[in-house]
Design a protein around this ligand. Sequence first.
Ligand code: SAM
Length: 414
Amino acid sequence: MTQKTLDFEVESTIEVPIFNKFLPTISKMDDGPVKVNEWDIPNTIKELSYLTHSHYRYYGKFPSVVAGQILEQLPPPSDKHYVLDNFCGSGTTLVEAKLRGIKSFGLDISWLSVLASNVKVSNVDISAVQAELRLLVQWFEKNKCSFEAPEDSFSQKWFEDCAAKDLNAIRHYLLNLTESEVKDFLVVAFIGIVRRVSKAHDGEVRPHINKKKKQRDVISAFSKKVNDMCKDHIDFIGLVDDNVNATSLLGDNLSLPEQFDDGLCYLAISHPPYLNSFNYAPVFSLEFYWGELFEEHYTGGVKKLYKSEMRAHPANEKLTEGYFSHLKKCYEETYRIQKDGAYLAIVIGDCTRNKKLVPVVQKTIELVKEIGYELVEVNYRTTHYGLGKYAYSHRADYHGDQEEKKDGIIIFKK
Ligand SMILES: C[S@@+](CC[C@H](N)C(=O)[O-])C[C@H]1O[C@@H](n2cnc3c(N)ncnc32)[C@H](O)[C@@H]1O
């Protein structure tokens, strides 16, 4: 790290840990009773996908440093207190919390998200993963010809025949492994390559056929994915204390599990789907298709919970009403489990509907205040990544040309 002093530069010997390197630059806009700031996050997705954040590509995740900055500002007062992310997605909050030695829980309606979140923070034995990968590749080379592509129209639409055969073979091997952290790790890697080896665009949120896509070799893509994850995971394990709990649970945030009735949730971090952006289940339809046979194990038989996810698109009047009523109910739940003095940080953005602004940030502030929380801080973030051909410029984007659209990190206190 280079520190600027009066007229010369000195090299510090203390390295900033990677997870603190890209924290937002904060400018104060109002220092009144409710603080208003701007958080500038100029980094690329690649820079912000350090350590295990890159294990699983999750459309609509927040930059790791958003969770990091909230945790820096509001660290729980003891190691009994914890952070709960009630829309935990791919577990960004859990990774950032564990890196800081903070106990955390996540909740999501999608079993794939819960699995990916748990794998990202696991203390899996990486040499055992590598040994299993070697066995899998040997087995694959001997047995791949015995597998056919599924015959249904979904598979035929989204996958070349040879890719579907190979995916089928790898899935067969993984299904036969005994339950373990190694298996979970490999299943996440498997689900993580599905989009890449499909006929769909890699970068688009909702899958669309890319007629120009070059077919990738499935077993090479899988091996590379596992090896990349192993490298990142070793670095992560080296930085964290495994005694610090980080667990994601499958469930609907409209009714929090009893275990959270202990009064120890000091901070709830919450990043709901953005209004008028997209719904998660259809975006992950290819992954759910190849994951289906694993589902029962990871859900304990609770089938297709992800189908009752909070809907965010298209934002017609009825859906918008349901969206805000979901927000109100789920924050009534966090309020119910939290003690006075605890915090709620909501990460949420405005959108436009028929070219008219829907002031989601302001509406959220109002409805959360109605529940009884006090507003203490509003941070508006600028996020520079997401520009380019895959940005949904007509939906939720916050890149300058729509000055009035805000993306906020709103902090409340009970
Ligand atoms: C914007 S994403 C969160 C992304 C997360 N911050 C991350 O970095 O990966 C919203 C998440 O809410 C989940 N979700 C939707 N409805 C839910 C519900 N009723 N209960 C719990 N989670 C829900 C979706 O499955 C999705 O993963």
